[in-house]
Every structure is written in C-alpha cells, then in structure tokens.
Write a protein that binds this ligand. Structure first.
Ligand code: 8YV
Length: 326
C-alpha cells in the first residue's frame, strides 16, 4: 500500500508561488492545486514575512492593480516568473525583473472587446446623460418637467489617444456610429486607415470626444494636460479607460469646474480607489469603479491566461504570452 501523501509532502513537489493581492476565487483555487501557494495579502507584516521567507518563492502571481515593484522583486531572490492578471504593466518594474532574467506573463487581447465596450458606454452615457437622467427619474424630477437636451453621438469626431490593441477596437466600434476617427500615438501606424495627428493638442481641438486608451507609466504621465483640456474645449468630452496617471487630474477637476470641457467619463483615477471629492460633485461626469474588463467572460479568460502562463513556464521555461523586453 502506498504511503499516505501528507499536505506538506505534496507541497514539497510543487513550485512555491507567492500571490500578491486577491485574484478571482476560481483562479486562487486552481493556483493552489498546481502550486505551493502563499497569499502575501494574508500577512499582517508583509515586509517581515518577505525578509524571512522571500527566498523560498520561484513564482509570483499578481495583477495590474498590485503589480510588482522593485522592493518586492528584490525581496524574492529566487524569483523566476511573474504572472500578472491584466494587460497594464505600469505597476510592475519590468526593467528590474527582466534584468534578472525573470519572465513576465500577462493577459493582453482577451480584454480588448470589454474595455472598448466600456469606452463606448462612457461616450454615450456622458453625451446623452444616461446616468444623470437615471438620477433625474429616481429623484422624481420628471414630474416637474423634461430632462434637458443632450448631445448627439452618431456622426461626431472621435479622437483616440493610444491606438494600440484596445484603441483599434474602440475605432471599430466608432464606425458603427458613423464617426470620424483620428488618433495620436508616439508614431503613426501605417496599417490603420485613420488619420494620424502628431500633436495631441491638435487632436483634442479637432475631437468632439477624446478617448484615452494609452498605456500608463512614466512615458504617458499627465499627457492630458490643462492645455489639452483647453483645446478639447467647452463642447468636448473626455473619456478615460486607460490609467488615471495619463490625465492631470487636478487640471481635469479645474476644467470641469470652469466649464472648459463639456464633461467626462472615467473608469480610472490617479489614486484608486480614492477619487477626489470634487469629482463626485459634477452631474456631467460619469464615474465607474475601474470595471472595463470586469465581465464574467473576460475575467475568466484573463484568469485562464494567468494560470496557463505559469504552467507553461514550469513545464517549458517559457510563459505563453510574455511582456516584451523593456
Ligand atoms: C485589471 C487593468 O486587470 O488589465 C489591466 O491593465 O487595468 C484591468 O483589466 C484589473 O484592474 C485587475 O487588476
């Protein structure tokens, strides 16, 4: 009769994986099946835990939200692979990890549709006042008179900041609304049929809607400045489904207070989940809690990729979908 396999003995054969921040419950169950999993989020004093046990971990499961900063990477001297739930890598010190030969798996493509859908939802909501008119009906104000007229979406000009994977899906959605699309990137993409605008301020001045879909991080920090908002103008709407860091949030609040832009639809903020109190006061602003990719279907696909990247790495030494070299 074979000897009974104790939990400790079973764990010994599994790679030791650190989990930074909570993940989908189903994904956590799968990770625990395949790995000797430890949640850093369980630790009252994560720093002290890492000082004692950091050298035990060969893998790190994290997310776009929690990432892996230099301090965490340095606290894991045996780390070989990071698998992140999300497409954004701005919270991961990619250069630090790659300098040590640590592979980084992430989850691009599978969330393009849902993030683009959310961007379009915000375009329509902020222009037509859907959320504001819902508040109007619930408050019984319809009994006193009609909701004010709003702004047409179809046929308008849509400027896209960041025509990457998600930006291109936003552009496709716009064609269904007969919109004219232009974009700004660091450089033009010869493969797309849309007009490239080398100057973001000029794109904002042209656009009725400026949709931010660029990556976060130092390179795009505060690209949407007070000047860009002034160029968008009192009839222009700003939509952000990328990262709060891309917009100068103080300048945005000021632009809303002074009527320098017509309104904003935001899914992301500079210091999530904290939102500046003043942003909560505007009726022409739609505020979402960073939910663009948060559907059952997309989050399941993202979770599958997180697991697959780890399994592939421990099987073959290569993640399936890896962050390109910085
Ligand atoms: C995250 C995101 O996955 O993919 C990204 O970069 O911002 C989201 O889809 C979500 O915030 C969980 O970290």
């Amino acid at each position: 009769m074979p000897a009974p396999v104790t939990a400790a003995a079973a764990a010994m054969n599994k790679p030791r994986l650190l989990q930074h921040g909570r993940l989908l419950p189903a994904l956590e169950v799968q990770l625990a099946e395949h790995f000797d999993l430890h949640g850093l989020w369980r630790e009252a004093d994560p720093k002290a835990f890492l000082a004692r046990h950091g050298a035990e971990f060969v893998g790190l499961a994290t997310s776009a939200r929690f990432g892996a900063d230099a301090a965490l990477i340095d606290a894991l001297p045996a780390l070989k692979v990071i698998s992140s739930f999300g497409v954004g890598t701005d919270a991961i010190d990619v250069a630090r990890a790659q300098a040590r030969g640590i592979q980084i798996g992430y989850t691009p493509e599978v969330l393009n549709d849902c993030v683009a859908d959310t961007a379009f939802g915000l375009v329509i909501d902020v222009a037509r006042g859907l959320s504001a008119s819902d508040r109007f009906v619930r408050a019984g104000q319809w009994l006193q008179g009609n909701f004010p007229l709003t702004t047409r979406v179809s046929g308008k000009r849509l400027g896209i900041l960041g025509l990457g994977r998600i930006g291109q899906v936003v552009a496709r959605r716009a064609s269904g609304f007969d919109m004219d699309v232009r974009y700004h990137n660091r450089k033009p993409n010869p493969a797309v049929p849309y007009v490239y605008e080398a100057d973001l301020q000029a794109l904002a001045a042209w656009a009725d809607f400026l949709v931010v879909v660029s990556a976060g991080g130092a390179e795009t920090r505060h690209l949407v400045s007070a000047d860009v908002l002034a160029a968008l103008g009192p009839a222009g709407f700003l939509i952000n489904v990328a990262r709060g860091s891309v917009i100068d949030e103080e300048a945005l609040v000021h632009a809303l207070e002074t009527g320098a832009i017509a309104g904003a639809g935001l899914d992301v903020y500079a210091d999530e989940p904290r939102i500046p109190q003043r942003l909560l006061t505007f009726d022409n602003v739609v505020l979402l809690p960073h939910l663009a990719s948060a559907t059952h279907e997309t989050r399941k696909a993202m979770g599958d990729m997180v697991l697959d990247n780890l399994l592939a790495f421990f099987r073959s030494g290569q993640v399936t979908v890896g962050v390109p070299a910085a």
